[in-house]
Design a protein around this ligand. Sequence first.
Ligand code: G3H
Ligand code: 13P
Ligand code: ZN
Length: 311
Amino acid sequence: MALVTTKEMFEKSMKEGFAIGAFNINNLEILQGIVDAAAECNSPVILQASSSAIKYARINYLMKMVQAATEQYPNIPIVIHLDHGPDFETAKMCIDNGFTSVMIDASKYDFEENVQLTKQVVDYAHAHGVPVEAELGKLAGVEDEVNVANSDAMYTDPAQAEEFVAKTGCDSLAIAIGTSHGAYKFKGEPHLRFDILKQVKARIPNTPIVLHGASTVVPELLEQCNKYGAEIPGAKGVPDELLHQASLSGVSKINVDTDLRLAMTAGIRKYFVENPSVFDPRKYCGEARDLIKETVKHKMIDVFGSANKAF
Ligand code: G3H
Ligand code: 13P
Ligand code: ZN
């Protein structure tokens, strides 16, 4: 199948009440681990590249690899999406190179500036048949939550979300309900503001909602990393149950990068320790690729509900 757009994917996920996993790609093994999992699960999948991933892997290499995946798996709907597009030029470059979805992340600006930049990207993207994800609200790190009085201000305001979508014409919206990027998401008990999600859904029922910072920080992967020499103490992510609840509560896209980084690292670290005399990259990268595949399969089957939803 040729690449599809997120618009086609979200039509199905919104109607049937499940979420699509959006997995960050940086290299061949990560990409293959993800699409092999999607094929085994018969699941639609969003591959996403950040601007730093594009700088690292180079856009033409990324596009050729994604193209190869669509050829290998013609029955699996695949999107290639720009993650956290920082400016108009990056979004335009991705659209011009064949990306089938882009994000413009102007959430660090004030509301009016966010609207303006998002609208500029929407106008260009829509003229080229490409849907746009935007972001409203701040994904705080644990440090930011120290000041509880301020923490409410970081969540997405449902009324603003309605105004933002009306003003920008964006196709999907990333909201802040308590997740954050990276491996240290919570100090205490993990908690998401499902009340805010519900209010947002009530105001913009037809806009697919995106959850960033949604890695589980899979305990087994963390343990494997630390057992084989890593030092990642006290990391904590969003438990599967909360993500599952999100997928049933109107979240259409769930972003995962940290768990793939942990899987890659856990696979390579274990292999190095257990096979100190081996120096063939295909061996340790192969181990990492397998672990990425298993990690993604678990999410598609047990958490997001996207298995057997290929169309
Ligand atoms: O949300 C950010 C993603 O994890 C991408 O991170 O910019 O280091 O590629 P990156
Ligand atoms: P994690 O750091 O939780 O994997 O979030 C990834 C993400 O939001 C990519 O946009
Ligand atoms: Zn993100």
